[in-house]
Design a protein. Structure first.
Length: 89
């Protein structure tokens, strides 16, 4: 059983035992939000939406574009206010 001190999610007061079969005992949270129901049956697997590589590629491209725009605007601001001028180096 996972035990974390100071966390209300893993508090021993909120954990109850769910009987799976006669040989095995599984610990789950109290209420229907845990891994098993009040009768001891396991909940179904949650629905997972797969984004895969297109999602990763979209996030990477958007992040690079946003970073480039921020850098471009920052360099333009520094040159306009004569804080940093590349010709002075």
């Amino acid at each position: 059983m996972l035990r974390r001190t100071g966390s209300s999610l893993y508090s021993l007061r909120r954990v109850k035992s769910c009987q799976i079969n006669s040989k095995r005992l599984v610990q789950c949270y109290s209420g229907e939000e845990g891994s098993c129901t009040s009768t001891g049956a396991l909940h179904q697997r949650p629905h997972i939406t797969h984004f895969g590589m297109p999602g990763v590629a979209a996030v990477v491209c958007i992040s690079i574009f946003t970073g480039a725009m921020i850098s471009k605007n920052a360099a333009q601001f520094l040159e306009e206010n004569e804080i940093f001028v590349p010709e002075d180096d």
